[in-house]
Design a binder for this molecule. Structure first.
Ligand code: DOR
Ligand code: ZN
Length: 448
């Protein structure tokens, strides 16, 4: 289509400049350095230009605060359907995400019932519409081979659990994994894998605390699972979830795979606390291992960081350690904790933005995660002077607890979705405009 023209005074015609809906001015990372910028946003909520812009539309100047792309969280459990609703729901979890600087969450299929066929996927998509504060990509579980082809037409991706965990009693047998991966490679969808090989779990292990849990599900189970995955077809869009050791980072880098680490494995060890709040799958590792993972992360060797937000009610976590469920909340605290590490000089902002915003969005085929023309204007504004201790009382999550009570955090002051503020002064001000998204490279249509 030809651009609209307007008549110049001299009678010549010139292309009409595209419309600007608003301008956000502040500081931003440009080629690795913080510089003053003006971001022009078009009427469709996309970034039109970054740099100096001509006047037009309302202008908001955030001064010395830093404008970053909003993040994509590749790994959340919002617990619908099946509950428990005192742990999380789609509305509460997506508002928590927004408050934590996240504009897209990828939701896991280990709900009750699990998302194993197209009808269940459509049912979950219906729960998102009109109730989600941010966009949601829905993973499906590929365990029913008869349902797979239909499921692939509407799912946002697949999640494969190789070990038992919340809602997963019978993972595929090791000999079933390679044929399943070949089947999945027929579909052009992201496939995230929970990589623990239960053959490496000592059969008689009885864990009473996180140290025991680390022995019951040892790092050897992670390496064995990575060995199982190393034969995956090259065209499979494989991504390994919650990697816990520096050896796994080295291996996956050599193999050129996508993978994530979580804030809990970066910041907590098996000695951080004794109770079941610290029980997660895969387990927290010893301090030396945590330290090595953190070093790899800060060197920029880890492509993605994801929360593995897995809330359970406070009552469930008060059960004796061996009977309590695994998982902890994290969608609202991931960026605030890591932004505080940036402020402390322990992590570069550039490394964090690539791992939390750019690469996760790219892996899911989404036009966001960078301050670049054409990307959705999903943004956050961070005031690095605004440090505060985290407190469960002030978090949105209904479960009411965090493993990071009192930890230093920097919460985003503003979050924008498609050019509109959804968080202002640290408060949620949006409406449930979140939609179900799929990778833009995938054939088919959105679920439901
Ligand atoms: O700790 C975990 N919790 N690991 C998982 O794999 C599942 C998750 C959950 O859904 O609770
Ligand atoms: Zn998970």
């Amino acid at each position: 289509m030809a651009p609209p023209v307007r008549r110049r005074r001299d009678g010549e015609t010139a292309p009409k400049p595209p419309e600007i809906a608003s301008v956000l001015a502040g500081r931003a990372l440009v080629r690795g350095r913080l510089q003053p910028v003006e971001i022009a946003i078009d009427p469709d909520g996309r970034i039109q230009s970054v740099g100096r812009t001509r006047p037009g539309g309302p202008r908001r100047d955030v001064g010395e605060a830093v404008i970053l792309p909003a993040a994509t969280d590749l790994h959340v459990h919002l617990r619908e359907p099946g509950g428990p609703t005192d742990a999380e729901t789609i509305p509460t979890g997506t508002v928590g995400a927004a408050l934590g600087g996240i504009a897209l969450v990828a939701e896991m299929p280990n709900t009750e019932p699990p998302v194993t066929d197209a009808d269940r996927l459509a049912e979950k998509a219906a729960r998102v519409r009109g109730r989600a504060a941010v966009d949601v990509l829905l993973y499906a579980s590929p365990t029913d081979p008869r349902a797979l082809d239909r499921l692939a037409r509407t799912a946002g991706g697949f999640k494969l659990f190789l070990a038992p965990t919340t809602g997963i009693e019978r993972p595929p047998l090791p000999e079933e994994v390679a044929p399943l991966l070949r089947r999945l490679a027929e579909h052009d969808l992201p496939v995230a894998v929970h990589a623990e090989d239960p053959r490496q779990f000592p059969p008689d292990a009885r864990a009473r605390d996180p140290v025991g849990w680390n022995s019951a599900r040892p790092p050897a189970a992670e390496s064995a699972a990575l060995a199982l995955l190393s034969g995956a077809p090259d065209r499979l869009r494989l991504h390994v979830a919650h990697v816990t050791t520096a050896a796994s980072v080295d291996r996956l880098r050599r193999e050129g795979r996508s993978f994530e680490v979580t804030p809990m494995h970066l910041l907590l060890s098996d000695r951080s606390g004794n109770d079941a709040q610290y029980k997660v799958n895969p387990p927290l590792r010893p301090e030396a291992e945590r330290h090595a993972l953190w070093d790899a992360f800060r060197r920029g060797e880890v492509p993605c960081v994801a929360s593995d937000h897995a809330p359970h009610s406070a009552a469930a976590k008060e059960l004796p350690f061996d009977r309590a469920p695994s998982g902890m909340p994290g969608v609202e605290t991931m960026l605030p904790l890591l932004l505080a590490r940036v402020r402390a000089g322990e992590l570069s902002l550039d490394v964090l933005v690539r791992a939390a915003c750019d690469r996760p969005a790219r892996w899911l085929g989404q036009p966001m995660g960078r301050l670049a023309p054409g990307h959705r204007a999903n943004l956050m504004v961070v005031d690095f002077r605004a440090r505060e201790p985290l407190s469960a009382r002030r978090l949105h999550a209904p479960c009411g607890w965090t493993a990071y009570e009192g930890w230093e955090a920097i919460r985003p002051r503003e979050v924008w979705k498609d050019g509109e503020p959804i968080v202002q002064d640290g408060q949620y001000v949006g409406r449930p405009s979140g939609t179900v998204v799929r990778p833009e490279y995938a054939p088919g249509r959105a679920a439901g």
